[in-house]
Design a protein around this ligand. Structure first.
Ligand SMILES: Nc1ncnc2c1ncn2[C@@H]1O[C@H](COP(=O)(O)OP(=O)(O)OP(=O)(O)O)[C@@H](O)[C@H]1O
Ligand SMILES: [Mg+2]
Length: 255
């Protein structure tokens, strides 16, 4: 990230007057996700650090939300909480009627496997599995074995990788690996997609192309939360939520 971008992100936040009230969010859309008074503290005692601090956030079904803010402001921590990868220290998170912070580890993993797609900056593909096998693995909870292969291949074709389904991650470029990760995330047809700096490891042109693939999900009505340091990408979202020091300091609806 360039120093200019950092300065931009760290610049004084918008006046509270620009915050959308709940009424300003499209009232015709149903609520997808509701986080209330969510706090996540890492470590204990002297070393305790509040990464997410009493956050309230409501996201409507089909909304595309950009989560922005300086490094260390708690974006990844909050994203992980919303996607059920991690659990809050206190507060509640309800996603389509399920109180996910109260699920035990097994139930949370099952819930995540059925309802959430996740894309990370560094792809997180299994190195010994081919592109197709990486996607098939994500379908284990959701599909019969015979359907897994065809679904995986269709998802890979959707991101332009029909001819590379048998490649190992090490035989793919960074952009291609991230496309596999996107195919894996969307193959389960998740209600919620979390992308944590999905273009962070890619050059700008490749990043733009990969981001466009992600945004294709918009037309399917997928609710998308993406974390980015790139203001141009954030501008594509319906709403930008800015964090500083673990708190949401502003949330702007795109004009
Ligand atoms: N697993 C962890 N154990 C302890 N502290 C953590 C852990 N993960 C994050 N933190 C701390 O929580 C705070 C928020 O980190 P987080 O990764 O959420 O920030 P971020 O906004 O995603 O930053 P970046 O833009 O650099 O990715 C940081 O101070 C970080 O050091
Ligand atoms: Mg992060």
């Amino acid at each position: 990230m360039s120093p200019e971008t950092l300065t931009l992100i760290a610049s004084p936040t918008e006046a509270p007057a620009s915050w959308p009230s709940q009424d300003e969010l499209d009232p015709s859309k149903e609520v997808m996700l509701e986080a209330r008074d969510v706090t996540r503290i890492w470590g204990k005692g002297q070393a305790a650090q509040t990464a997410v601090d009493r956050v309230d956030l409501t996201i409507k079904r089909g909304e595309v939300v950009a989560l922005v803010g300086p490094s260390g402001s708690g974006k990844s921590t909050l994203g992980a909480l919303l996607a059920g990868i991690d659990r809050p220290t206190s507060g509640s998170i309800v996603v389509t009627g399920t109180r996910i912070d109260q699920l035990d580890d097994d139930a949370l993993a099952r819930w995540r496997g059925r309802h959430v797609g996740i894309v990370f900056q560094d792809y997180h593909l299994l190195p010994t599995l081919t592109a197709s096998e990486n996607v098939e693995l994500a379908l284990k909870l959701n599909r019969q074995r015979t359907r897994r292969r065809s679904t995986a291949r269709a998802a890979l074709a959707d991101v332009g990788l029909a001819d590379k389904i048998h490649r190992l991650p090490s035989q793919l470029s960074g952009g291609e690996q991230q496309r596999v990760a996107i195919a894996r995330a969307v193959a389960v047809q998740p209600g919620l997609l979390l992308a944590d700096e999905p273009t962070g490891s890619l050059d700008q042109a490749t990043g733009r192309a990969v981001f466009a693939q992600l945004m294709n999900l918009r037309s399917r009505g997928t609710t998308i939360v993406f974390i980015t340091h790139d203001d141009e990408l954030a501008a594509v979202a319906d709403r930008t939520v800015r964090m500083v020091d673990g708190r949401i300091v502003s949330a702007m609806v795109a004009s």
